[in-house]
Ligand binder design. Sequence first.
Ligand SMILES: Nc1ncnc2c1ncn2[C@@H]1O[C@H](COP(=O)(O)OP(=O)(O)OP(=O)(O)O)[C@@H](O)[C@H]1O
Length: 957
Amino acid sequence: MNSADHRGNRNGMGTVQETSKRIGFSSQFLNESLDEDVQFFLTEEGKLHTYDDLTKVNPVTPSTVLKCLQARYSAKLFYTHAGCTLVALNPFQSIPYLYSLDVMEEYHCTPQFHESKPHIFIVAEEAYRNVKGQLEPVNQSLVVSGESGAGKTWSSRCLMKYYATVATSSSVATSQNTVERIEGRVLDSNPIMEAFGNACTLRNNNSSRFGKYIQLQLDRCHLLVGASVQTYLLEKTRVAFQPTGERNFHIFYQMMKGSSTEQKKEWNVFDGQSFVWLPNANKTLEEDCFDETLGAMGHLGINTEQQRDIFRILAGILHLGNVGFSSPSEDSQTCDLEEHSKEYLQNAAELLGVAAEELENCLRVRTLKAGNQSVLKPCSRTECFVRRDCLAKVIYAEIFEWLVSFINTSICTNSSAWTNFIGILDVYGFECFQTNNLEQLCINYANEKLQQHFVSHYLKAQQEEYVSEGLEWSFVKYQDNQGCLNLIEGAPMSVFSLLNEESRLNRTSDAQMFRVRLEKELSDNGSISWDRFSQEPHFTVAHYAGNVNYQIQGMVEKNKDPVPQELINMLQKSNNNLLQKIFAKIEEQTTKGLNKVTVVSKFKNSLENLMRILHSTTPHYTRCIKPNQDCKPLTFKKEEVIMQLEACGIVETIHISAAGFPIRIPLENFILRYGLIIKYSKLKSAHNCWDSGIVNVKKHVEMLLTVVLEQDDSSPQFKDGKWTSLVHCGMTKVFLTQSMLDLLENRRKRILSQCAFTIQCCWLRHQLRKRIARRQSATLIQAVVRSWLVRKQVHQWNRAAAVIQKTWRKWRDLLKYLADSELDDAEDVATDDLPAITSIIRERGSVVLSSIPEPVTVHGWPMGLALASARSINLSLTATGFKKMVSLVAPLNMLSRRKEYKVETNQCTKELASIRAQPKGSIKLHCQRSPLLYADRYPDFQSGLTGFNEILLEKTL
Ligand SMILES: Nc1ncnc2c1ncn2[C@@H]1O[C@H](COP(=O)(O)OP(=O)(O)OP(=O)(O)O)[C@@H](O)[C@H]1O
């Protein structure tokens, strides 16, 4: 295989990202959302991290599942159940307490371990108890899948450590030592296989470049007595081609870093030497631990001689990688060894135990067989490189296979010693790169097979739940991926069969012709399509995890995986014991015609064997998820996670779940939310039953569902009497389809909006009534005030009228009196004759002034009256139409310092006291219109006047 073939393939970009771009499935899930209120009712968002099982998230949709996983990841809860599957989020940080012996013991010894927190040990323990506890123990399989770097190898290691711990924890008197040794060996197989089968890639520093199925064999006492390993599809091209930024298999770097000077000398390697097939050698990884690999090899029984052979071969491969060829021109049919390559070729030949000349010939000259005759044909430069790479790959692949079979002989016990097994399958996840070829087709085919197995298993698990809830089985038939599998492996025509046919014909294959053939034979299958505008020969397969575009160019050649016979012949003659032994076996297979088996046939066979084993066991699925591509701790990228959930089938499971009854609500919760439907139903009988509370919760629910569905005229299922396809009432839960939930929610909303409308109406009516009442009250108050004001006015008028009347009457009486008697007797006193006035007043009590003078001011009025500070007083004389009148008015309000007062005559007496109290300043008194004052009526006035020392008389009219 040409190095260039791979350039596009493993270009290091994340599988899932490319897949998603191509397929474009994920954003819809991220945006998918239910009515928030319903979501809250179904799953309280704040408590999402408490959901141990994704199927308990209500409703089971990709977006709720994603939110739940994110919440749990933030809460450092890395394991979550998803029904029969365990989802393991890679923490990307060491959490020693999570995998300690105490935790193992806890899960192993707790009787109700199911109720413990989700953990990889729950899966391990469940499988272990299944083997132990049943009358007829069933073998178990633990399938660990996920994309590169998601944690499959880590999880597999955890599972193995768990069994290596718990399966020997019981005291076994007789075989304890043997068991000890076996579990140690089983664990030691890991570093060896990782050293030879793992490499540093852009996605994972310790990426397994092969798939494996480890069978842990248990005896009657359920103790670990042996194991066997089956590997799949080693990425052998990595030996001769390493994508940019990636490395070769770890073992080469371990050798270079950890070997002794003698070993280096033996391998013709000196410090600082650079090998083309050893890129990024400066990168230091914890996996570069040669001593550990050597220790494990020794422990497993690979003796020093064998180890020496292995490392000589590997060193030979490294030297081979530095061998280059040059040709006089581009299209030249011959080529020569580059000058500087001769030493490397020499070293390679020596280390591989073959003659340098033979090696060079094998690489540069091809033997063509024509009947019994052989013809030698020089190879072009490109062909030489292909042959060189092919030699390296076949040697490495065979060494790896030898190691695996050695490990198997070392850890496997004879079949009579074990009765059951627990298998751990660590396989590649679904792959979709920019350029996909046969490797991806095989990997994705394996994933399709596993998905089919998973779906059938999941459906079974779901059915079991329905049965336990007392539901009739009415599951909507799920469209499985059989169509896609028929396309890839089916008979008589499929991609594999056509590939094999093309490989068998052994003609120079033309990609365009193969594409036409595929289209002609397989276009009936809905899982294959072609991009009509693409120039490159290709075909697109609709996998369960999305569409993948496969390039046809080079596919047939890869399927043939030809190894030139000259190379094999040469290696069979190697003086390296191991190489000779390995390739002698290949000679046998060639004789038997076994090496004619194509890559896809071999892979299909091994996968079928695997599926047979899986079908005979109880499977347990662990889906490892890589929360971010940068391998950062505690970073959860939603887009990347949803794509992986999609690619590993969790979303598919969710879809299957959605095809049945994805929403499960406990009966009590159901009544709490939808009970109002029955309360407001027009169905009187239901209403009465409801109110009387005579029926149990399940009956309530059934009644409620009847009410809902009877009223839903648009429900064809009900019309047909088949509404069980919408909803089922189980023993403890109601199982609903999304459409039934929508129906219930709509009904609930309608009732709630009716209630809201009623409340609004009541409120408006109440407001209106309040407004009217307020208006009426205002009118009444206005009327009352107006009438009160009128009454007040009238009352005032009455009082005024009474005063007027009274005054008038007094006036009339006075007039009458004056007219009748006194006026005739009155003495005429001049107004300025104050002593006379005073004496008259003293004498008679009153005085009548004879004339009204012009306003006069009399200072020092000798009335003998004295008031300490008051210096003037203003008395007003009121002239009337009558003869002579004087008003000696002293209406006095002396409390303030006003100088002028208008007072009523009738206030005189009251105010006099005040004059005395406040006699300061000059005081003017106005007596307005006071007709007359009878001094005799006011004795106080008399006495009051005695306080004045100055009086101002003033005519005011
Ligand atoms: N549970 C875990 N706790 C801590 N670190 C982990 C855990 N799981 C995985 N990791 C880290 O993630 C890295 C990648 O994991 P692992 O090698 O198991 O991935 P993988 O799925 O086997 O990848 P590949 O398919 O490339 O082999 C590990 O080297 C380890 O650092």
